[in-house]
Each structure stands twice: as structure tokens, then as C-alpha cells.
Design a protein around this ligand. Structure first.
Ligand code: B12
Length: 350
């Protein structure tokens, strides 16, 4: 991560509230029909969204990754569009934001941010307004995954659990169930939430049910013969998404590793302690939200600075690392994999 980008990212992050306020005031001044269209509640929402845009901008700038910001703008286009905010409003808001950042930040740092705005604004019109299903006919085990998701959305977690156990008993490999049913249906749930077709409560219910059903498979996973290698797996501090790290951990367990899975939002001192206590060979760290990438770099820095953890190798993964292929190196990791199928091989190469 370059010094100039880190400084620019820090300056934007430190001034988010004031910047978001100035952007919202100027956008409403330039486009008075906004107030007539959505009232004071709309203005409050616009202020909140400007804060999110700036927060993602700050993190993408810190990580020297225009793709992370462009990806976020594409995501926001779909998410806001599904909630009645046209892409033209998003585009205008970002153009106003570029102006405000230029006026308020020192020239050298605002020039860095402007490149990020330019790249995103150029792509915005051609980015898709909605997203196709993530469970298409051609996907492996598509029927099983769709049936599973249908049951969960119908609040039938017991039937969903039975469906999975029967599939495994009839020969569907465990790893296929993890990737093509659990991971695929979770991502489809995310798409449906983004498209405003499903609630956060449903997102929570399906996730909790999937974790319950995964636990029912553990007798089959934990009987694998052990190789003596040890893994600690965790989601980074602040991160609430935990299934990615859990699947990674279970794939290592299936390959004979002794695993120690810490779950979501693990504080750095607890991770360091677990690495030392477990005499771990590898630490697997998961981050989903771009605003947690900095914490991953800090955790890796803390591992490297610990005298007793000299031999620990760090593997990272999760959404932002899949968007920006060089990000894993910039945070100081030893390896990365796009999903669980490549993770064990990546660690074993170390
Ligand atoms: C369930 C869910 C939640 C749950 C999480 C609960 C839990 N106990 O885990 C809750 C409700 C808490 C939540 C909250 C939020 N979420 Co959410 N969530 C999801 C959802 C639907 C599924 C996540 C999941 O289980 N995926 C399945 C796993 C298996 O996939 P994965 O994480 O990608 O993991 C694989 C690879 O990435 C890789 N990998 C991952 N980690 C690691 C680590 C290593 C070492 C390696 C090698 C590889 C690796 O391997 C994994 C296995 O193959 C996703 C949709 C999605 N596309 O994932 C949205 C999603 C991630 N959430 C999103 C958002 C916006 C949010 C919220 C801001 C708002 C909200 N929707 O409520 C908050 C932010 C919370 C926070 N501060 O962390 C967005 C993020 C968009 C973006 N551009 O950043 C998504 C993509 C939904 C969407 N399409 O809009 N969420």
C-alpha cells in the first residue's frame, strides 16, 4: 500500500461526516426536485449513503485499488436502483462528491481520489442495473441448491436439513454440498437482499439454519485421519460474516489438518493467543467488507511482530480479495485463494 494512498485514505476517513454533509447540501441545492420527491427522510438517507460512499472510497484509496471503489459503485447502483434511486442520482452525487473532495483536501491527495471517481463514473453507465440469478441451470447441483433455498425461504429448516443429509447419503460429495449448495445459496440470498426481494431477517434466518445444518455434517468431517498440521481460522475484528472462514476451516479439517475456528469478529490479541497456544502452522483470515481490509493488514503486522509466531504463515481471502487480485500481497499475506477449493493447496504450497 503506497504512502500517498494511505495518507489520502486516512484524510478522507477522518473527515467523512463533514464531507458527507457538504456533498448532500450541494447536491440538494443543485437538484431541488430531490426534496419534493423524497422529503426530509430522503435527505437523511442521502446523507447516510454519502457517508458509505466516502467510507468505501477511503478504504479503496488506502488499498490503492480503484477496482474496489468501482465494484462498490456497481453494487450501489443495483442496491439503490432496487429501492427507487435512479442511477442518474448516484452519478450526480458522485460527481458532486468529487468536487467537494477536490476543494477540501490538499491538492496531492485529492488528485489521487479524483482518479478513483473518474474510473467509477466512466464505468457507471455500462454497469448492469440488476443481477442475474447465482443459481443458473448450468451450475453444478443447481436443482439441489434451489430446492434447499426454497425450503429455507419457506422457513422449513428441518426439511432443508433432511434434504442435505439425504443428498450426502446418496453420494453427493461433502465439498460439493459446501460450495455448490451452502456457498451458492448464501450468495443468492445476498443477491436477493441487494435486489430488495428479501429482508435482513430472512438473511439471518437462512444463515443460522445453514450453520445448524453444517454442524449436522460434522460427524462425517471430523473422522478424517490427522496429518499433524495445525490451522487457526477466523474472521477479522469487526467482521460479522463468518461462513466463509468456517467453510475454509472445514475444508482443512477434511484434508487432515487440526483446525481451530474462532468465528466472527475476533479481536487481534485473542487471535495471537490462539496461534501461540495451538502452535499453529497457518492462520487463515477472512474479510468480507472492504472497510475491514486495513484491520487484516494490521493483524498480519501484529503476527509478524510477535517473536513467538515467527513460523506462522498467513493465508487471506473473502470478497475484497476476490475483487482486487493483488490485494493479498498489499496486506502482507503469504497466500490467497478465491474459495475453499483452492485454500488448502495454497497453504500446503507454503
Ligand atoms: C449472510 C450475510 C450477512 C449476515 C452474516 C451473518 C453470519 N453469521 O455470517 C449479516 C446479516 C450479519 C450481514 C451483514 C451485513 N452485510 Co452481508 N451478506 C451475507 C451474505 C448473504 C452471505 C455471506 C455468506 O455466508 N457467503 C457464503 C460464503 C461461503 O462465501 P464467502 O464469504 O465469499 O467465502 C468464500 C470465499 O470468499 C473464500 N474466502 C472467504 N474467506 C476466506 C479466507 C481465506 C483464508 C481464504 C483462503 C478464502 C476465503 O472462500 C470462502 C469459501 O469458499 C452475503 C452475500 C455474498 N455474496 O456472500 C452478504 C454480503 C456480503 N453482505 C453485504 C452487506 C452490504 C452487508 C451489510 C453492510 C448490510 C446487510 N446486508 O445487512 C452488513 C455488514 C456487516 C458487517 N459489519 O460485517 C453485501 C456486501 C456488498 C459489498 N459490496 O461490500 C453482500 C455481498 C450482499 C449483497 N449482495 O449486497 N450479512
Amino acid at each position: 500500500m503506497s504512502e500517498l494512498h494511505m495518507t489520502a485514505g486516512r484524510l478522507i476517513a477522518a473527515d467523512i461526516n463533514a464531507l458527507a454533509g457538504a456533498v448532500t447540501a450541494r447536491h440538494y441545492e443543485a437538484q431541488p426536485d430531490l426534496l419534493a420527491r423524497s422529503g426530509e427522510a430522503g435527505r437523511a438517507k442521502c446523507l447516510q449513503d454519502a457517508g458509505y460512499h466516502l467510507s468505501y472510497l477511503a478504504d479503496a484509496v488506502s488499498a490503492s485499488s480503484p477496482s474496489l471503489f468501482t465494484d462498490y459503485v456497481g453494487w450501489a447502483k443495483v442496491m439503490l436502483g432496487a429501492r427507487g434511486v435512479p442511477a442518474a442520482d448516484l452519478s450526480r452525487n458522485l460527481a458532486v462528491m468529487r468536487e467537494v473532495v477536490r476543494e477540501r483536501l490538499p491538492a496531492e491527495t485529492s488528485a489521487v481520489a479524483e482518479e478513483f471517481f473518474d474510473a467509477a463514473l466512466k464505468r457507471l453507465p455500462s454497469l448492469p442495473p440488476d443481477l442475474p440469478t447465482l443459481l443458473p441451470d448450468a451450475a453444478p447441483h443447481a436443482d439441489l441448491a434451489r430446492q434447499y433455498l426454497r425450503l429455507l425461504l419457506g422457513a422449513e429448516r428441518h426439511a432443508a436439513g433432511r434434504l442435505i443429509l439425504e443428498a450426502v447419503d446418496s453420494g453427493v460429495p461433502l465439498k460439493d454440498v459446501y460450495l455448490h449448495v451452502f456457498q451458492a445459496s448464501q450468495r443468492e440470498i445476498g443477491r436477493l437482499w441487494q435486489m430488495n426481494q428479501l429482508s435482513v431477517a430472512q438473511e439471518h434466518y437462512c444463515t443460522a439454519a445453514t450453520q445448524l445444518i453444517m454442524a449436522q455434517l460434522y460427524p462425517r468431517i471430523f473422522r478424517t485421519e490427522k496429518s499433524g498440521r495445525r490451522l487457526v481460522a477466523t474472521s477479522i475484528a469487526g467482521e460479522l460474516h463468518e461462513i466463509g472462514a468456517r467453510i475454509i476451516s472445514d475444508f482443512f479439517e477434511m484434508e487432515g489438518w487440526d483446525t481451530y475456528y474462532l468465528g466472527a469478529n475476533s479481536p487481534t490479541p485473542a487471535v495471537l493467543q490462539a496461534l501461540a497456544d495451538r502452535k499453529a502452522d497457518v492462520l487463515a483470515v477472512s474479510a468480507t467488507m472492504t472497510f475491514h481490509v486495513r484491520a487484516v493488514a494490521e493483524l498480519i503486522g501484529a503476527v509478524r511482530a510477535s517473536e513467538n509466531l515467527g513460523g506462522v504463515k498467513v493465508v487471506v481471502g473473502g470478497y475484497p480479495f476476490n475483487v482486487e487480485p493483488e490485494l493479498w500481497e498489499r496486506v502482507g499475506a503469504d497466500a490467497y485463494a478465491a474459495d475453499a477449493s483452492g485454500a488448502v493447496a495454497a497453504a500446503e504450497r507454503l
